[in-house]
Each structure stands twice: as C-alpha cells, then as structure tokens.
Write a protein that binds this ligand. Structure first.
Ligand SMILES: [Fe+2]
Length: 259
C-alpha cells in the first residue's frame, strides 16, 4: 500500500475479525495485531466502522448489550463518533456507520439509525450545495450479491445491504454525489444507479485469508480522480476504479497480478 503512494486511504471497516462472536479479551489481542499493520501505513487513513469492529455487542442471552459496543473502535482511532464528514481536495466525504445491533440469530443488520439521519440533515445544511460528495459505507447501499448465490443459502437482505439506504440517498438527490464506496462483502463490484457509481472494494483478506472470494482475490481498490481543470465544477472530474490484487503471503495460493 505504501508503494502505491496514495493521497488518502479509506479504511473500509472490519479492521479486526470476530467482534460479534468472540470475547473482548480475544478482540483486544486482534486489535494489537491490527495496530502493528495500521501504524506502518504512511498515508492519511480515514476509517469507517465495520460489524467486526464491534466489541461484545450481544449478551449471552442473545440480546443487545446495554454498553457501547463501538467504544473500542472509537478509542483506537481517537474519534468521538462513528459517523462524520470531512473535506479533502474539494470533495466532502460522508463517513457513515451502517451497522445496527439487533441480537438473535442474525445479530446485526445494515441500517442507518435516526440519530445519524438527523446529523446528516444538519451536516447537509452546512455543506455547500455544489460541493461534490463521496459517501463511504461499510455495508453496501447497492449490490447484486444476493443474485450470485445460485442454489446456495442466500443471506438475509440486512446482512449484505443497508435496508434503509434510500433514506440517505433521497437526502442527496439534489447534490453532486460523485461516488459511493462500500465494503463488507469481499467482492469487487461496480454498479451504477442514476449515474452514481457504487463501488464495492473487495478485501485485503479475500476469502478470509483463504484465497479468492467469489472470484475476487485479496486486494484493494485504487481510485484515481482526474480533475476536469478550468472553471468546471469538481463533479465533472473523471473517476477511475482499478482493483489491485495483493501479493500472496507464504503458504497461500498464488494470486494472479492485474496490471
Ligand atoms: Fe463487514
């Protein structure tokens, strides 16, 4: 990643594995491992929270914990909240928290809660109407993944997409929404809806450190934004997407490199 010399890294969530199922003690060890990797990155990294980053979110009886399961992620990254916005090179990045703890057999679902929607309304009053927006979400807003399972068991809709994504997109319908960046499902997918690219960025671990996942090798997505130049709006910029496979670790299957 350092050799690619990115201007900015979006850390798409799930920095550790197992937050919904493993004890805090186990997760503490995994955060230490993640830390040894993350602190080697040279470029500025802006994180969003993934479901695996949650800390003991469900009690033994299967009900949601009364404690804040986001505290570990917030403490590690030094952030007060799991959603925020910032400006970078003329773009406004909206960083969302799309995981709702519900407990039970499917202990989370993709959902934007009411407090976050109120924050978004306040934020949009501050953001200039012509400033282009890049929205970053862990759980996809748009994906065709559920069409890809064939005869296999299909996960519940809330496990693979944000069920109320349209309550965010409707708020942005008159804004220059340049790009939606998504994670969670470990596939490299690019969809277009109303002219907006929805890009799902694969995963560094591929199929959980076991080769490719549904055809997507371990890797990362490179986004290049070519400014339109002149007096045009930044929303006229050209945005390219290129998925880069990562070199395999020792003992892992050989990964074909894409130029
Ligand atoms: Fe995830």
């Amino acid at each position: 990643m350092n050799s690619l010399q990115p201007d900015l890294i979006i850390g798409g969530g799930d920095f550790v594995h197992g937050g919904f199922y493993d004890s805090g003690r186990v997760m503490d060890r995994r955060w230490k491992v993640a830390d040894t990797f993350l602190k080697k990155l040279h470029a500025r990294m802006e994180p969003i929270i993934g479901n695996h980053d949650f800390y003991e979110p469900v009690l033994q009886d299967g009900s949601p914990s009364p404690h804040d399961p986001r505290w570990r992620w917030k403490k590690y990254f030094g952030l007060h909240e799991t959603y925020r916005s910032f400006s970078f090179r003329g773009y406004r990045f909206l960083m969302l928290d799309t995981v709702k703890v519900v407990g039970g057999a499917n202990p989370y679902r993709g959902w934007i809660d009411a407090a976050q929607l109120s924050w978004l309304d306040r934020e949009l009053r501050r953001i200039p109407p012509n400033q282009p927006i890049i929205l970053c979400t862990h759980i996809p807003f748009r994906t065709s993944l559920r069409d890809s399972f064939g005869p296999f068991v299909i996960p519940s809709p809330g496990r693979v997409r944000v069920l109320n994504a349209d309550s965010v997109l409707s708020r942005l319908k008159d804004r220059p929404l340049a790009l939606v960046l998504q994670g969670h499902v470990h596939i490299n997918e690019r969809l277009q809806d109303n002219g907006v690219p929805f890009i799902t960025g694969g995963a560094v671990c591929g199929k959980w450190w076991n080769g490719p996942n549904m055809g997507t090798w371990p890797g990362l997505g490179m986004i290049e934004i070519i400014p339109s130049g002149g007096m045009q709006s930044p929303s006229d910029d050209r945005i390219s997407w290129n998925y880069r496979n990562l070199p395999s670790a020792p003992g892992m299957p050989r990964i074909p490199q894409v130029a």
